[in-house]
Design a protein around this ligand. Sequence first.
Ligand code: SF4
Ligand code: SF4
Length: 734
Amino acid sequence: MERDIRVYLCSGCGIGEAVDIEALAKTVQKDSKPASCITHPCLCSEEGLAAIRKDLTGERPCTVVIGACSGRVNTDLFAFPPPTIVERANLREQMAWRRMADEDPDDTRMLAEDIMRMAVAKARKTDIPEPYIAPAVHNSVLVVGGGLTGLTAALDCARAGAKVVLVEKESALGGHVAGLHRDTPQKPPYRDLEVPEIARKIEEVCKCPDIEVLLSVEIEQITGQPGMFGVTIRQGNGQKPEQAGAEAAKTETTGARKEFQIGAIILATGARPYDAAQLAHLGFGRCQNVITHAELEAMAKAGKIVRPSDGRPARRVAFIQCAGSRDPERLPYCSTTCCMTSLKQAVYIREQNPDAQVYVLYKDMRTPGQYENFYRRVQEDEGIFLTKGEVAEVAEEPDKSLVIQVRNALLGENIQIKADLVVLATGMVPSTLNAQILHLAYRQGGDLPVDQYGFPNSHFICFPYETRRTGIYAAGCVRQPMDSAAAVRDASGAALKALQCIAMTARGAAVHPRANDLSWPDFYLKRCTQCKRCTEECPFGALNEDVKGTPEPNPTRCRRCGICMGACPERIINFATYSIEMMSAMIKAVEVPDETEEKPRVLVLVCENDAYPAFDIAGRYRLGYDPNIRIIPVRCLGSINVVWIKDALSRGFDGILMIGCKYGDDYQCHFIKGSELMNTRSDNIQEALTSMVLESERVRLEQLALTEYHRIPELIGGFMETIKEVGFNPFKGM
Ligand code: SF4
Ligand code: SF4
């Protein structure tokens, strides 16, 4: 049905002081020809909102264009329910509030007019999205890993009403914590070691009717997508799958395989100790009485801490901290738990033998938060010596005792320590490092993409738990090194994300970061040339492929980033609320002055996640910047299709600045690699420039974090200077 476009202009918050709002309304009416265009002194007031609402009662549905504050604020006030579509035009933060002191009023007026033209052009191309409703969404969670994190996540999901399948490759539940003699202090006064509560948790899981536990199993394959993953489990190591728990006992497990329909997945497979074989320089493998934390823990649990060489009690024990950790050649990161583990094990040794002496040799002692209380308690023990220093050598004496040379000890001197036993505080590596666990039937590979250290995180700042595969959440030490208290919290966080994913998928809505977005990419496959760019570049592996290379979308895996839209050379991928045509229409809506007016025009395509809000913040701080830029937000820089660059250049824009999130190892791109992809696609852009005989300097890519809003005036100013040097675009006025 035809829609009425109705435009509302607010003169509040300084907008009316920046431009003549009545004159702007006349221009909007003349240029964009909406059904109506009215002004109001304060649109977000009850009267202002009532003025809008009164227009929405007609027979034809309306698209409302609100020229006022940024679309990032007052979202609840300006949320008119379907069939109304709302489009926001940022006249406040990015026009009135960014004005420079000496700005020509004509420049401000032209900016305001273009903002409104672009908004109406966008509104005309926006449809109400039809959400993708999956044929069946299963309220069930697969938890992979039966350690503390997996057990906690399973209980949390089950208590929230989901059915849970908990799979564990070992023949018993409990994981790493089940092997602990004692745990570090978890409650005030944080001075006393605790008996791990894992047995109680295992019992709760086994008694829970909504959790099915399968032991000694592995995942053979996971097909499908969030809401409807098909999971095949097979018995591991030639054993028959063992079942535990009341409900599980009733479950039929026929043959070697079992299949489940699953809504979301939590990966809680933990970590393993760093390979001590790499620590020969600290004596491991070379000296019989050099062992690891894990080995000492096992001895403590068995009741006797002795020298492996002769079984004699260990009277002098030295712990070497950061054994392999915080070492660029080995594990560059801190495993967070090793300091507390050594302090804990020092207490074991002193409890077993009050005459024993313990040395803890550290680079830095890290006992954050309340753990400092436990550190103090250990410091008070006269039999435990803690000293900073670098271990230069560990040598074995004929009687198998050890001599440790320590450089730069606390007072700067070199010292020598004799010990019966040396314990290496080895860090942890994620179970996902060089391992296949999930066996996903995804075009982009069978397991979760991981970072340089093997952790399957997707965005370490904004979205903990999210992996690069939608509907699959990582929790506990597989996500990042953490202790058991943090793992319990992590499990609950991941459980919430999994449950949220199932609920949103059932509504056809996206999960983070475009939470609640109902749009999804529509592929006009009749024109697909099977170039495979979309299936290769989708950061979330949402697209599979048929034998010819035609994409096979899995809509509920999709995060709606638009990167496939940016990649497609045929321009056949579009969303109801974000399309090639829409963006081209916005670019074409800008009035580009001809060369004689000496007013450059620069298109600034900004990532809506960080850069766009950074521009809003710059406005809020009244940081002035050049009025000759025209800002268009994009879902991700990776969603920019080269055709928009060509459109802008042929329209006469003098330059194009693309501003996205930071990329590299500490990337902040909300879609993992969108801004990086735009960088790698720059060859295509340069080709476009060359084919138009234009200078390469006219297009620039910049990275900007949200917190760097203060850089905006300089960043814009610098690019405008470049454009001044390059000169006006010869396509102007053609
Ligand atoms: S919109 Fe993003 S997540 Fe969805 S299919 Fe395209 S590239 Fe993949
Ligand atoms: S990028 Fe476009 S043309 Fe290429 S495979 Fe994907 S849909 Fe087909």
